[in-house]
Ligand binder design. Structure first.
Ligand code: ADP
Ligand code: MG
Length: 711
């Protein structure tokens, strides 16, 4: 293996397993690409590619003892081997008669005629496969085989066999071979990164030992302990990173916003509705932070329609009235425009200058309506401090804007969070009054389970709007059985005739590489627009469309020019579409509960009651039971927690959406472990804030990317 030699060369030179794979010549461009699909970029990533399960094939079973339906390991000699061609079914069969000292059994392989050349009469092998029965005959189906070699231990059989997440061209077999080479043959040195006192106190397995137990378990229990060690490691590093960033932040100075109580009261009084008590509580939580000299770093979570905007607005008004600036960023231009309008409506009696700045245009509000101004003028107004509240898209981040005194950054519908991101934003916010950094408020409708919130935020930096305004129309949710489909379509037809709009969400596609997803949307769009609702105006929306195209469609949706919108779930439909009252979700079983809850939250705003129909792609009793939780709960957070429990962390919200590794997710499910890791991280940082005594740990923490991405 060329690869083997090259790994040896590279590893021989340095002891660092963080070397990128491209340094290893044997892994060519093609292989690198394949491994990248599994998020393997470095030798360390490779070693940290853990099996998702094991098959215990450590015990040899006598042929006379095999049972139908079981997966067994047999040690036997080939007595006879031959190829058979079944003309009728166009398949090749290779059959071998295998014998041990207790009896004989037939092994059958399908469409692998070359096997009769590889396997020879008289050879001794391990055979691992499922025992089946057909036409009264018991046989071993498609068994994996491995030659018995006294000098080499078996890799794929006669052991606790690890099964790895695979990708095209990179099989579990490949992983087993490479790990055997690295960890056993090459005996790769792997430095411990956790302090030894920690290993002792937490009873954790040493790093190299744990890697061995993961890839070559001596028992399933040991493999589990090894996994736990890595869960702890990941979470511990994450906590070190978060805590030390937080410490840094505590040393920074922010604008201290004195709260004007009268202003707050008159704002609340001026609103066209009564605030919910959750909103009142959240406003107090935010204002309390703004009063401090250190910058706020707060996450506000609340379901769609829970009224996050007005909470932010209460804080923004206080900032503006102290002659300081705020920037509010939304994910799309339409949403930014909607905010611009709302802010003006709600704040027009408070005489604050509000500006809108997007890729396309810059606007300010005059007395009655908004007027377009040049971007240059807008930038000047921002720099001079005239604009107190700047509203725009997330793209504002990339523009070179200098503020006079930016005191608060609000990010709306931001599905990404982490200290890194915040630091970037703050760095980018150039302003004249040096030495102060802005407060930071991030808002999301994505429910975040408690453990996750705890991992990323302190208890005090996390606000939840757990109460819906009473005016929020309810959404009737229905699980649609296959035979009821027509009835639902008929209902949709009638509602559209009454002036309502419908959104059709396509099934979630696991391997999201773009093409497959687009194909699915196109197919659904064809079906909806040509077969089912040819009389209506339909449009489609997906992530691969240009921003311009997306904006056009959302605009037409808003103007009620479109009857039915067929869309992927990833596309932001977060804007207020008052006439869209029906949402049909295809392949609902492929979504997480929390995500479904969010999707249904997109209809039924204002006075109109909403309807959410959940369709199956593949009906199953189990999926039906899971989806029923949606009929029982209106609480996004509760549903998220439920999902986390039912489906496990890997599948929660869809694996691809999390930027953190599986083992870390496992730990996040484990509140106990999380608490311990947090405590230990605190302990170490108290004693050694710069981690000077732990250079390896320090290096790891610095390199760590702790971003979590939610969708
Ligand atoms: P989200 O949390 O999804 O961002 P918004 O802030 O957009 O929700 O609020 C949704 C709608 O509910 C808006 O039209 C807003 O004016 C309205 N709203 C907010 N709070 C209340 C309340 N306490 N009572 C009635 N309506 C409210
Ligand atoms: Mg919102």
């Amino acid at each position: 293996m060329v690869l083997e030699k090259n790994i040896k060369n590279v590893v021989g030179q340095s002891m660092d397993i963080e070397i990128p794979l491209e340094k290893i010549k044997g892994i060519g461009e093609a292989f690198k690409k394949k491994l990248e699909k599994l998020k393997i970029f470095t030798l360390e990533d490779l070693l940290y590619h853990f099996p998702h399960r094991y098959e215990d094939l450590s015990q040899v079973v006598k042929i006379s003892q095999v049972k139908v339906g079981e997966k067994v390991l047999i040690e036997g000699k080939i007595v006879e081997i031959k190829n058979l061609k079944s003309l009728k079914k166009k398949i090749f069969l290779t059959t071998a008669l295998i014998k041990d000292d207790s009896g004989m059994i037939e092994a059958v392989w399908y469409n692998q005629p070359y096997l009769s050349k590889v396997l020879k009469k008289g050879q001794k092998h391990f055979f691992a496969g499922k025992v089946r029965r057909k036409a009264g005959k018991v046989f071993l189906s498609n068994p994996l085989f491995e030659k018995i070699d006294s000098k080499k231990e078996p890799l794929h059989t006669k052991r606790i066999v690890p099964i790895y997440p695979e990708t095209k061209g990179v099989s579990s077999k490949w992983f087993r071979k490479i790990f055997y080479f690295l960890l056993k043959k090459q005996n790769l040195k792997i430095r411990e990164i956790l302090p030894s006192f920690l290993l002792r106190k937490e009873k954790l397995m040493e790093r190299k030992r744990a890697l061995l137990e993961i890839h070559f378990p001596t028992s399933l229990e040991r493999a589990k302990l090894a996994r736990e060690r890595f869960s702890f490691e990941k979470i511990f590093l994450l906590q070190l990173k978060i805590l030390s960033e937080r410490k840094k932040l505590k040393k920074e100075k922010a604008f201290k916003i004195e709260i004007d109580k009268n202003l707050l009261l008159s704002f609340v009084k001026s609103l066209p509705f009564e605030l919910t008590s959750a909103q009142k509580r959240v406003i107090v939580e935010i204002l309390r932070d703004l009063k401090k000299e250190t910058p706020m770093n707060r996450l506000l979570q609340g379901d769609t329609g829970s009224g996050k905007t007005v909470c932010a607005m209460a804080a923004i008004l206080q900032v503006a009235k102290q002659n300081l600036q705020t920037v509010l960023m939304a994910p799309t231009e339409i949403l930014a425009k909607q905010h611009f309008q709302t802010f003006w409506e709600f704040l027009r009696n408070f005489e604050t200058k509000i500006g809108l700045l997007t890729r396309k245009e810059a606007r300010v509000f005059g007395l009655f309506s908004s007027v377009k101004i040049s971007k240059e003028r807008m930038l000047k107004k921002i720099e001079s401090g005239e604009i107190k509240i700047l509203i725009g898209t997330h793209a504002l981040l990339n523009e070179k804007i200098s503020f006079k005194n930016l005191a608060l950054i609000v990010l709306d519908e931001q599905h990404r969070f982490g200290v890194e991101q915040r630091a970037k934003l703050v760095r980018q916010s150039k302003q004249k009054e040096k030495g102060f950094i802005p407060h930071f408020l991030s808002m999301t409708a994505t429910p975040i389970p408690r453990t996750l919130a705890l991992a990323f935020y302190g208890d005090l930096d996390f606000s939840i709007l757990n109460e819906m305004p009473k005016t929020k129309a309810e959404v009737e949710t229905k699980i649609v059985l296959p035979r009821e489909r027509e009835k639902v379509y008929q209902f949709v037809r009638e509602e559209i005739k009454k002036g309502k709009q419908a959104i059709v969400i396509c099934p979630r596609i696991e391997e999201k590489e773009g093409k497959e997803e687009i194909k699915a949307v196109k197919k659904e769009f064809e079906k909806i627009s040509k077969e089912i609702f040819p009389e209506f105006k339909c449009e489609m929306l997906h992530g691969r469309m240009s921003i311009k195209e997306k904006e056009r469609i959302m605009k037409e949706m808003l103007e009620r020019k479109i009857d039915i919108l067929v869309s992927t779930s990833v596309v932001e439909v977060g804007i207020d579409l008052p006439k869209a009252t029906i949402i049909l979700i295809e392949g609902a079983e492929s979504f997480g509960l929390a995500q479904l809850h969010q999707l249904r939250g997109r209809v039924g705003r204002r006075e109109e009651k909403g309807f959410c129909f959940l369709f199956f792609e593949k009906f199953s009793e189990k999926a039906y039971k899971r989806l029923k939780a949606l009929l029982e709960s209106e609480n996004g957070l509760e549903l998220a927690e439920k999902d986390l429990k039912i489906r496990g962390p890997g599948e929660f919200l869809g694996q691809r959406q999390w930027g953190i590794p599986d083992v870390a997710m496992e730990a996040l499910k484990n509140e106990e472990l999380l608490k311990r890791a947090k405590e230990r991280a605190k302990e170490i940082l108290e004693r050694d804030p710069e981690l000077e005594n732990y250079p390896l740990l320090k290096e790891k923490v610095e390199k760590m990317k702790e971003m979590v991405h939610l969708e």
